[in-house]
Design a protein around this ligand. Structure first.
Ligand SMILES: CC(C)(COP(=O)(O)OP(=O)(O)OC[C@H]1O[C@@H](n2cnc3c(N)ncnc32)[C@H](O)[C@@H]1OP(=O)(O)O)[C@@H](O)C(=O)NCCC(=O)NCCS
Length: 176
C-alpha cells in the first residue's frame, strides 16, 4: 500500500481532493507549454479537471493508480501532480508541474520521494518512466532522481499536441 501522504523538504504529496480541480485548471491544465509532451490536450473547461481529479480519487480506491497533488508547503499551494501506476512488479511514474514553478527542483524532489515509496513496496522491483525524446526537462528530472536510461521506444506513443504520428520516447528506470 502506497502512503496517502508523503512529506519532503518543501512539498506535501497528498491524495487529491475535489477542490484541487479549480487550481489545476487555473494554473496548468489549459497551458499549451505544459501539455506539449503529454497525452492529453489542454483543457477548455473546468469540468475536464474535475473529471480528472474524480478519476484519480476513485483510482486510489481501486488501487491501480496512486496520484498525489503536489503542495508547496510554505505557500500551501498546489503546484502540480505526480502519480505511480503499479502493475506486474513495475511502478510507472508520471508528473506535471505548473509553468510558474518550473526550474525550482520540485519535480525532482517529488519524483525522488515517490521512487522511495514505490521501491519500498515488496511487490515492486523497479520504478520506470518514459518521456518524449524532445522533453529534455523531464529526462533531466529522471536523471537527477537517479534513474537510468534503458533505451529508446521507437514510435511508441502519440503526443497529440505535437503530431498525430507516434513519437519516439526515452525509457528510464531505477531498480531495487
Ligand atoms: C518536466 C517538468 C515536470 C520538470 O519540472 P521542474 O520542477 O521544472 O523540474 P526540476 O526543476 O526538478 O528539474 C528540471 C531540470 O531540467 C532542466 N531543463 C529544463 N529545460 C530544459 C531543456 N530545454 N533542456 C535541458 N534541460 C532542461 C533544468 O535546468 C533542470 O535541471 P538542473 O537542475 O540540472 O538545472 C516540467 O517541466 C513539466 O511539468 N513539464 C510539462 C509536463 C511534462 O512534460 N511532464 C513529464 C512528462 S514525461
Amino acid at each position: 500500500m502506497l502512503p496517502r501522504e508523503i512529506t519532503t523538504e518543501r512539498l506535501l504529496l497528498r491524495v487529491p481532493v475535489p477542490e484541487d480541480a479549480q487550481r489545476i485548471f487555473a494554473s496548468y491544465a489549459q497551458d499549451m507549454e505544459v501539455t506539449r509532451y503529454l497525452t492529453w490536450r489542454p483543457s477548455k473547461k473546468l469540468a475536464d479537471a474535475e473529471h480528472h481529479i474524480h478519476d484519480r480519487i476513485l483510482a486510489w480506491r481501486r488501487g491501480n493508480i496512486c496520484a498525489w497533488s503536489m503542495i508547496e508547503t510554505k505557500r500551501d499551494l498546489l503546484i502540480g501532480m505526480i502519480e505511480l501506476r503499479v502493475k506486474d512488479g513495475v511502478a510507472d511514474a508520471g508528473y506535471v508541474v505548473a509553468r510558474s514553478e518550473w526550474g525550482k527542483g520540485y519535480a525532482t524532489e517529488a519524483l525522488m520521494a515517490v521512487i522511495d515509496a514505490g521501491l519500498a513496496l515488496p511487490e515492486v522491483e523497479r520504478v520506470a518512466a518514459i518521456c518524449d525524446v524532445e522533453n529534455l526537462a523531464s529526462a533531466r528530472v529522471m536523471e537527477k532522481a537517479g534513474m537510468v536510461r534503458d533505451g529508446v521506444l521507437q514510435r511508441h506513443m502519440v503526443h497529440p499536441n505535437i503530431a498525430e504520428e507516434p513519437r519516439d520516447l526515452y525509457s528510464y528506470a531505477i531498480s531495487k
